[in-house]
Design a protein around this ligand. Structure first.
Ligand code: ATP
Length: 434
C-alpha cells in the first residue's frame, strides 16, 4: 500500500482513544456541513505515527476559521473557542481537556533570508509546503467520507520510519534559521539524523552567517526550548555535530563532562520539583549557568546584552557568587552565615551550584538545608509582636527581625519565650518589659 493511501483510523483509536477520535470526527462533520475542508496537521500526525501522545492538535482549515470554530461551539456540547484576531487562528476548548488550534491553510513567501514570511490564504498542499521537515508536513483528512486518510506529499512517513530528518526544499534553513534549532530538537527527541542534502543546506546556511540575521528574540525563544529539553545532554552532542555551539558559547573541550554536568543539573531540578511541586523553577537559568560556568563573564555579557533573558541581573549575580561557594560555604561556620550566602543566589543558582560541586558534601548539604528549611523559616516573633513588646516600627525593626532570624538559624532561640529572653540579653528589649 502506498503511504498516501494509508488509512490510519485504527491507529488513531488505539493511540489516542475513542474520545479524541470522536471529537475529531465531529469537527470533520461540522466542517463538511459548512463546505470547509479541515485536516489534522503537523506534530500531531507525526506523533501518531511515532505512537506518542500528542499534547497539542493543530487543524488546518481551507476556509473561514472563525465560522468553523463558531459552528463547533454551537454543535459540540461543552465546546468553546477563543479567536485570535491577529493571527486569524482559533483555540477550541472542550470538556475532555484537550485544546486544539485551528488555522487557515496558508501560502508563505520569504521576502528576505531570516525575515518573517508574507502569508496569504492557500490550500492544504500550500500549507504543507511551508513546513519545516517532511515528518511534520503530513495531514489527515477529517471529512467523514475520507476520515483518517493521510496526505503525505513529501514522503514524511517513510522518513519517520527511517529516522531521517529532511527539509522540504534547499532554501529552507536560509528562509527560516529557527528551523535549524527546531530540527536539532527533533533529532534529539526522536533520535533522527539529518539527511546529507539537508546537512549540506545547514553548512551553507552557517557559511552565510544566517543566524546573524535572526532577531535576538526569535533566537532566544528557540534556545529556551532547547535548554528546557529533557534530552538536553543528547542535544549537546548534536550542537557539536551540527557546529552550533557558537550560538551559546565556544565549543567545550570535553563534551562528556558538560553532558554529565547538565544531567546533574536536571537531577537537582527534579529533586526540587519533588519537594516543591508548586514552585516554578527557572530551568533555562540553571542550564545557562552550567553552560557558562567556565566562560569569562565578558563573553557571557555579549549574550546577556542581546537576549531578552528574564532576571538577567540575578543571573549575573549567580555567576559571580557561585565560583566562590566551595570556599565561602565551608569557611562559614554558623548556619546563619551560610544562609546569608545562599540568600544572595537565586534558586536556579543554588541548584546549579549543587550540580557543579557534587563532591563537596558540605556545600551540597548546606544548599539542601537552605532550600528545604532555612529559606522558608517563619520568624518566632513577627513585627506586630515586637511592637507589642515596645519596639517602634521602622527600619530598625527590620534589623531586629533579621537578628532574630539569624539567632533562630543558629539554634539560639527555639520559641517566643526564648526569643524574648534573647532580645533582653542583647539589650534590644529592657530587662523589665512594660
Ligand atoms: P512539538 O509541539 O512536539 O514540539 P510540533 O511539530 O507540534 O512539535 P510546533 O512548534 O507546535 O511543533 O509546530 C507545529 C507545526 O507547525 C510543525 O509540525 C510544523 O509543521 C509547523 N512549523 C512550526 N514552526 C515552523 C517553522 N519555523 N517553519 C516551518 N514550519 C513550522
Amino acid at each position: 500500500m502506498e503511504a498516501h493511501s494509508v488509512n490510519i483510523l485504527p491507529l488513531l483509536k488505539n493511540q489516542w482513544g475513542i474520545t479524541r477520535l470522536q471529537y475529531l470526527q465531529q469537527i470533520g462533520k461540522i466542517a463538511q456541513q459548512r463546505g470547509i475542508a479541515a485536516y489534522l496537521v503537523g506534530g500531531a500526525v507525526r506523533d501518531l505515527f511515532l505512537q506518542r501522545y500528542a499534547p497539542d492538535m493543530d487543524i488546518a482549515v481551507e476556509g473561514d476559521v472563525r465560522a468553523l470554530a463558531e459552528a463547533c461551539k454551537a454543535q459540540i456540547p461543552g465546546a468553546d473557542y477563543q479567536y485570535h484576531e491577529r493571527f486569524g487562528t482559533a483555540t477550541l476548548q472542550n470538556p475532555h481537556g484537550f485544546a486544539l488550534d485551528m488555522a487557515q491553510c496558508r501560502l508563505e513567501h520569504y521576502p528576505a533570508p531570516a525575515a518573517l514570511p508574507e502569508v496569504r490564504p492557500g490550500d492544504i498542499l500550500a500549507d504543507l509546503a511551508r513546513r519545516d521537515f517532511t515528518v511534520n508536513a503530513m495531514a489527515l483528512r477529517l471529512d467523514p467520507e475520507h476520515f483518517g486518510k493521510l496526505l503525505d506529499p513529501y514522503a514524511g512517513q517513510a522518513d519517520l520510519q527511517r529516522g531521517q530528518l529532511r527539509t522540504l526544499h534547499s532554501r529552507s534553513f536560509l528562509d527560516d534559521p529557527t528551523r535549524i534549532l527546531r530540527g536539532l530538537r527533533f533529532a534529539a527527541r526522536f533520535q533522527m539524523a539529518l539527511v546529507p542534502e539537508s546537512r549540506q543546506q545547514l553548512r551553507e546556511a552557517l557559511q552565510a552567517d544566517i543566524f546573524a540575521r535572526l532577531s535576538a528574540a526569535r533566537l532566544w525563544r528557540e534556545l529556551r526550548y532547547l535548554l528546557e529539553l529533557a534530552v538536553l545532554p543528547q542535544a549537546l552532542s548534536l550542537l557539536s555535530d551540527w557546529n552550533l555551539w557558537f550560538l551559546l558559547r565556544p565549543a567545550p573541550a570535553d563534551i562528556h563532562a558538560i553532558q554529565a554536568l547538565i544531567q546533574r543539573g536536571q537531577e537537582q531540578i527534579q529533586w526540587m520539583q519533588q519537594h516543591f511541586p508548586q514552585e516554578p523553577i527557572a530551568v533555562t537559568t540553571v542550564m545557562l549557568i552550567l553552560l557558562w560556568q567556565d566562560s569569562p563573564l565578558a563573553d557571557i555579557q555579549q549574550h546577556l546584552d542581546q537576549w531578552p533573558i528574564p532576571d538577567r541581573s540575578r543571573l549575573q549575580a549567580d555567576l559571580r557568587i557561585i565560583p566562590d561557594l566551595p570556599k565561602t560555604i565551608p569557611q562559614s561556620i554558623r548556619p546563619s552565615q551560610r544562609a546569608k550566602i545562599w540568600q544572595g543566589c537565586s534558586v536556579a543558582g543554588i541548584l546549579a551550584a549543587m550540580a557543579m560541586y557534587p563532591d563537596n558534601p558540605v556545600l551540597v548539604d548546606s544548599a539542601r538545608l537552605y532550600l528545604l528549611k532555612q529559606k522558608h523559616l517563619q520568624p518566632m516573633l513577627n513585627g506586630q509582636e515586637l511592637q507589642a513588646l515596645g519596639l517602634t516600627a521602622g527600619p530598625s525593626l527590620g534589623n531586629v527581625l533579621k537578628l532574630l532570624r539569624d539567632a533562630q538559624l543558629d539554634g539560639e532561640i527555639s520559641d517566643k519565650e526564648t526569643a524574648q529572653q534573647w532580645l533582653i540579653k542583647q539589650g534590644i528589649l529592657p530587662a523589665n518589659p512594660r
